[in-house]
Structures are given as structure tokens and as C-alpha cells.
Ligand binder design. Sequence first.
Ligand SMILES: Cc1cc2nc3c(=O)[nH]c(=O)nc-3n(C[C@H](O)[C@H](O)[C@H](O)COP(=O)(O)O)c2cc1C
Length: 222
Amino acid sequence: MTVDLQPTFGLKDSIERRRAARAFRPDAIPDVILAEILRLGMRSPSGYNLQPWRFIVLREPDSKEKLKACAFNQPQITQAPVVLICCGDRTVGRSDYVEALIKMGMEQGAINDAYADVMRQQIPALFENHPSFEAIEAWTNRHTMLAVAHLMIVAKSFGVDSCPMEGFSTAQVKEAFKIPDSIDVCCLLCLGYATEPFKKFGGRFSYEQVCFAETYGHTFLL
Ligand SMILES: Cc1cc2nc3c(=O)[nH]c(=O)nc-3n(C[C@H](O)[C@H](O)[C@H](O)COP(=O)(O)O)c2cc1C
């Protein structure tokens, strides 16, 4: 379903107003808004368009209580109307998945026969040789967290606040929600409407402190 929902905030405001919410009001997120946040969040890029992110959407109080017990009892989890368990699928290099991806790309006119063959060759090689990551968990997290960043900014643009969370026990979350071994739990994401107490903005290092010119460690100035 496509709904022409207009965001409340533009991009700059959405980025500057997004804060990790520490408390949420009980108000539900309307389904049309949640659907649009998910749709736009998943416009996030991924290597070969493999889209390894997977989200378990919790809205039932019992499910959130169960998750809270796996997350050091952080209260945001039961307050927020929606909590996503944000996961990454290690198995997206398998041939049936790659073929489904090729089919979708061909239907979109984005993939031709030659590029389909490139994908059939290169994707298995990526997971076999993995020159850009040491452990597959780094790869799943790389992609899923990028989608989470999209989700948080898009959510804020529709007036929906968020709290990304790494304070949880992976083993407990996997067991409680029947998550297979091949799926990594990358973070939890609370979504809803923030209320007090807000943490004061902690600031950010300037680009001069975190960007380097041409070689690591060389001062970069604009
Ligand atoms: C990967 C990640 C994990 C985080 N884990 C938690 C968490 O478990 N609990 C929590 O309250 N906040 C968590 N946060 C929120 C950070 O504390 C917050 O983003 C940071 O203090 C900066 O504040 P701001 O997002 O409001 O600018 C996490 C943020 C990120 C990106």
C-alpha cells in the first residue's frame, strides 16, 4: 500500500531533532505511519542490494515484557508502542536468495543477463573470501545498522521518536524469540512518542577531530 504521507520535519530538522528517547508516552503509532517508516527505512543501501536486515516487530505487551527481561530491564522497551529486534541474515549469499534478488532486479529493469551472471559469481566469492570483513557478524551489522539509521531519521521526520539499544543479552534474545543461529541480533530499536526525562544533548566532535586528509591522522580542514 502506498500512502502519500507528508513528513512533519524536513531532513535537516529530522537529523537535528532526533534524540535517543529515554521514556515514551503510551500512544500507538498509526499503522500507516509505521508502514511508511518501514518502507522508507528499507530504502537503505546494501552490498549487491542483498538487504540482509530482518526486523521482528513487537507490539504486544507480553512480547515487550519478555524482551525487557533480556535487556537489563530498560524501561523504554515496555513503554514504547513498537520495538524492533533488528537482525541481520548471514545466509543471503545462498543461491535461491540471489536468484530471487536477480528476478526482482530484472523486473525493475535494473539487472540484465550479464550482470545477473556477475552476481552469481561475485556474491558467493564475497562470502568465501570476505576481503572487507573478518567475521560475518561485521557484515550483517554493517548493513542492518545502516537501515536502522535510515529508520530513525525517517521516523523523526514523521514525528516518531526512537531509541537504539545495544544493552541486551544476545543469547537471551535469540532464545526468547526463536532466532536461528544464522541470524545476528544487531540492536533493538524502540519507536514511539518521547516524553520526559530527556537526556541533555551530549554534543558531537567536530569534523576536524574525526576526519583526516588523504592519509589517516592528517589534519583535514574546510
Ligand atoms: C548502537 C547503539 C546502542 C545504544 N544502546 C543504548 C542502550 O542500550 N540504552 C540506551 O538507553 N541508549 C542506547 N543508545 C543511545 C545512546 O546513548 C545515544 O544515542 C547517545 O548518548 C547520543 O545521544 P543522542 O542519540 O540523543 O544524540 C545506543 C545508541 C546506539 C547507536
